[in-house]
Write a protein that binds this ligand. Structure first.
Ligand code: SAH
Length: 214
């Protein structure tokens, strides 16, 4: 059984990730190690290594493998960073980041998803992850600044708190646009705090839901 999943995983890395131009060895190694089939429900285990997103609880999705790889590579991580992730979801992207960096701070608005992800990630042995249930558009001010921020849900406007909480010489990766048409943006902050943007192209994410102040 586990041999089958290993073969499926190796095939995913070569045909979906490497073949589409992902070169960062740290990203490729992380994809080889993280057992993606454990982040989906029992009915989806054999689809876990296919080239598309899959449903998880609360009508959310585990992102397509290539998109996870593209976003992770775009952060240009060295391995020493503390990074912030918005949208824990299944915890798969969290595990990929935790394989690479020193510490991952991850925020999810649904408590059930955060709990399920943290139980699995603990079981898999990750000790460098902190979890928070709440509105990720506000970031995690107590733990800022972050040397990388990854947002796994789409927004019309980049939340200003996330740009504030980005360390100098660091990147924020975020899908920006309306539900039908989004671009994956890399927002770079230089050592003087100046902001520059790069567009990696079209993508499709569920919306980032901002909590309204009551
Ligand atoms: N990286 C995840 C993707 C999950 S989909 C994975 O691969 O499994 C996006 C996630 O963002 C959902 O779980 C959704 O509940 C969460 N989300 C949406 N708006 C949010 C917000 N304002 N703060 C925190 N999480 C949010």
């Amino acid at each position: 059984m586990s041999d089958n999943f290993l073969r499926l995983r190796e095939n995913m890395v070569s045909t979906q990730i490497k073949a589409r131009g992902i070169k960062d060895e740290k990203v490729l190694a992380a994809f080889h190690r993280v057992p993606r089939h454990m982040f989906v429900g029992p009915a989806q285990k054999f689809q876990a290594y296919e080239d598309y997103p899959l449903p998880i609880e609360h009508n959310q999705t585990i992102s397509q493998p290539f998109i996870v790889a593209l976003m992770t590579e775009a952060l240009k991580l060295k391995g020493t960073e503390a990074v912030l992730e918005i949208g824990t979801g299944s915890g798969y992207q969290t595990a990929i980041l935790a394989e690479i960096v020193k510490h991952v701070y991850t925020i999810e608005r649904f408590e059930k998803l955060s709990n399920t992800a943290s139980i699995l990630l603990n079981k898999l042995g990750y000790k460098n992850i902190s979890y928070w249930v709440g509105d990720g558009t506000k970031g995690w001010p107590e733990k800022a600044p972050f040397e990388g921020i990854l947002v796994a849900a789409a927004t019309a406007n980049i939340p200003p708190a996330l740009i504030d909480q980005l360390a100098p010489n660091s990147k924020l990766v975020i899908p920006v646009g309306d539900p039908g048409s989004q671009d994956l943006l890399v927002v770079k902050k230089d050592d003087r705090g100046n902001i520059d943007r790069e567009n990696l192209g079209g993508c499709r994410f569920l919306p980032l839901v901002e909590e309204k102040e009551s």
